[in-house]
Design a protein around this ligand. Structure first.
Ligand code: SF4
Length: 377
């Protein structure tokens, strides 16, 4: 019986030339994430899904390992088409190995035998058409780390754009200038998970801080709509000092970048820290505001974080979007994306109208079984 690795290695295509360089002795350099792996002949990179065979880089292609219809607030994007449906797909693998990963079943499938995930054959046009059928506005590459499967994401996004959809990445942000340039024509929205502001913490997770900061700067300067999430883990990344440095950095890129601080709960292998309390989120949010961030949100503890689930005008304080968890309860942004009380522009991507919300809880696409076949194992 074929192993998961065999199946993954059979569902590939040559990598994009923009994301690969030649080294000596038939080695290759991959530019798809901040590791910039030198890959010897016959071996794979750190992510285990991109590999060198005969001096050619092969990359994942033609499958998904999870498809779900999510409210866009779950990604989370709060300043991009509130209430819309985000048709979300993932592949397998990750370039980091966070011990608290909430998507470990797909992200760690090639490292951890407990992570059982069935890859399903998929075509870009079918994904885009199914997204339309479900009522989605945005098609999102998420669940695993999408940077390591950028070629497939772009192929799916081309079909999505042709079908009239917006596109998004939900990513750890461990990018390179090459991969961000490769994505820029095809990605409308980008969420970066800024996990810490301490390089030592990033090294525990298998990465480095600097490539993530470079990616945030690059995305903002290229005009891709950007929101940042920090999962607040007691004792790991929640010291005042670290949060101050993080907030100061974000504000230096732009005070208009929304920052979501979200509550940790015990998951995967990280069982020691206590769950994040509402007071921890409020403290982090206060630090964000003190450093000038205009849109700070607290997530994962609905109803316990005062007004930090809502969007308010930074100029006059008027309520713009009222939320409870992923549910949009009120929507007051004007057709031109401004505050109705003082006409201040609200940064983000806004629809002409709020059309109501298809769902405030995730659901599996209807008629899923007729769309996907399990890859042979
Ligand atoms: S995507 Fe990242 S981890 Fe994977 S081979 Fe390329 S540089 Fe290495």
């Amino acid at each position: 019986m074929a192993t998961l690795r065999d199946v993954i290695y059979e569902n590939v295509r040559e990598g994009a030339p923009e994301l690969c360089g030649k080294l000596d002795r038939n080695r290759l350099r991959c530019f798809s994430c901040g590791h910039r792996c030198p890959i010897p002949e016959g071996q794979a990179g750190v992510c285990k899904v991109r590999y060198n065979q005969g001096g050619t880089l092969y990359v994942p292609w033609g499958y998904v390992a999870g498809v779900q219809c999510d409210p866009i607030e779950k990604k989370p994007f709060f300043h991009a088409y509130p209430g819309s449906l985000a048709y979300s797909f993932g592949m397998l693998g990750c370039d980091l190995h966070c011990s608290y990963c909430q998507n470990w079943v797909t992200s760690q499938a090639l490292r951890d035998s407990d992570a059982v995930s069935l890859p399903l054959r998929a075509a870009p046009e079918s994904l885009a058409q199914d997204a339309i059928r479900q009522g989605a506005k945005v098609l999102v590459s998420t669940y695993n780390e999408p940077l390591i499967t950028s070629e497939w994401a772009v192929e799916v996004f081309k079909a999505a754009r042709a079908a009239g959809l917006k596109t998004a990445f939900v990513s750890n942000g461990n990018g390179t200038p090459e991969v961000i340039r490769f994505l820029q024509p095809w990605v409308d929205l980008y969420k970066v998970d800024l996990k810490s502001f301490d390089d030592r913490h990033y090294r525990q997770l298998g990465g480095r801080l600097e490539p993530i900061l470079e990616t945030i700067r690059a995305l903002y300067s290229m005009g891709i709509w950007l929101e940042i999430v920090t999962l607040l883990i007691p004792g790991f990344n929640d010291s005042n000092d670290e949060l101050c440095r993080l907030a100061e950095f974000l504000a230096s890129v732009s005070p208009d970048i929304p920052w979501h601080v979200t509550a940790f709960h015990k998951d995967y292998r990280m069982m020691d820290p206590a769950d994040t309390k509402p007071s921890d989120l409020l403290r982090a949010a206060e630090i964000g505001r003190r450093f000038g961030l205009r849109y700070v949100y607290a997530g994962n503890l609905p109803g316990q974080v005062k007004s930090l689930e809502n969007t308010s005008c930074h100029h006059c304080g008027a309520l713009l979007v009222k939320r409870h968890s992923y549910l949009v309860q009120e929507y007051r942004v004007t057709r031109t994306g401004t505050c109705p009380a003082c006409s201040t522009p609200v940064p983000g991507r806004w629809a002409l109208e709020f059309d109501g919300q298809i769902t405030s809880t995730p659901f599996l696409p209807r008629n899923r079984s007729s769309m996907f076949t399990i890859l042979n194992r």
